[in-house]
Design a protein around this ligand. Structure first.
Ligand code: CAA
Length: 282
């Protein structure tokens, strides 16, 4: 089966990025969100990024119009009935994801594949709420989706080889480099990235260095494009905390305990770029 129509559920930063790269690669996209405001914001962000490419001479205006014509915004989840694949990109909340997958399972055609862009929740547990666990898989894109080449393709316990291969090839068709990963907390990316970010927060918390100094060490010393605290603000401090909690809960190992300063910032509403204040002000 080849994927012709994709529904992306959730029009936030990740969902709109996924919709954009899929449309660029010639796939028809239904971008769904419960909120019309989120849909409009997601579409505006796609427009902005594509228009920037036109200004830079990397894309013609005709091709941009062609890409945009492949994206349909919808507040109706029922349109998932038309999709060969649904990629869920809603907030990292197991109860919400379980509800959504249960609904999608009843709406979608029996042949449709259901994928989650979760950054750390167990794919096998999401799959278990459906009647099609062999057709449920993880497809973890990195932020910003149009720029980052990686997709972690996560096999749930029951994911079939056929579905795995379909999603692996689709990721390549979308211009990405898929990497096969098994279903354990944080997969590979966040199991390694988040403890680094958490340790950076600890170095500030313990007074080892300032925020700026920690970031400078990692940028100039390790050639990271962003320092860990700048990156934490970019990802969202609430997301970082929630992933650390999942690692801590999943492995029951104290090495994953979230730094109290990270917790304090999230409780105070300092969520990073999206709230205007994190380790830096925006
Ligand atoms: N959306 C789309 N395109 C974007 C973008 C965005 N949000 N931000 C930048 N770009 C594009 C720019 O248009 C530019 O494109 P061209 O090369 O075609 O001109 C290109 O990216 C480079 O951008 P800039 O020159 O403005 O800025 P930069 O060189 O500083 O790069 C960056 C910006 C790509 C974000 C870079 O700082 C970077 O790679 N940062 C690290 C990002 C990272 O680690 N992401 C993973 C986060 S973890 C995650 O996502 C997993 C999880 O589960 C939490």
């Amino acid at each position: 089966m080849s994927i012709q129509t994709l529904m992306v559920v959730g029009a936030g930063q990740m969902g709109s990025g996924i919709a954009q790269v899929a449309a660029v690669s010639g796939i028809r996209v239904l971008l769904h969100d419960n909120s019309l405001d989120m849909l409009n914001k997601g579409m505006a962000s796609i427009n902005t990024h594509l228009y920037r490419s036109v200004e830079k001479g990397k894309l013609t205006a005709d091709r941009m119009a062609d890409i945009l014509s492949r994206i349909q915004l919808t507040e109706s989840l029922e349109l998932a009935e038309q999709a060969d694949l649904v990629i869920e990109a809603i907030s990292e909340n197991m109860a919400l994801k379980a509800l959504l997958f249960h609904r999608l399972d009843s709406i979608c055609r029996p042949s449709a594949i259901l994928a989650s862009n979760t950054s750390s929740l167990p794919i096998s547990e999401i799959a278990a709420v459906t009647e099609r666990p062999s057709q449920v898989i993880g497809m973890h894109f990195m932020n910003p989706v149009p720029v980052m080449p990686l997709v972690e393709v996560i096999r749930g316990l029951e994911t079939s080889q056929e579905v795995f291969e379909e999603i692996y090839h689709l990721s390549e068709r979308m211009g990405k480099t898929p990497v096969e990963v098994n279903d354990f907390p944080g997969f590979v990316s966040n199991r390694i990235l988040m403890p680094m970010i958490n340790e950076a927060v600890f170095t500030v918390y313990e007074g080892v260095a300032t925020v700026e100094s920690v970031d400078k060490v990692m940028k100039l010393g390790m050639h990271h494009p962003m320092g860990p605290l700048e990156l934490a603000d970019f990802i969202g401090l609430d997301t970082c905390l929630s992933i650390m909690e999942i690692l801590y809960e999943g492995f029951k190992d104290p090495k994953y305990r979230p730094c109290p300063l990270l917790r304090k910032y999230v409780k105070a509403g300092r969520l990073g770029r999206k709230s205007g204040q994190g380790f830096y002000s925006y």
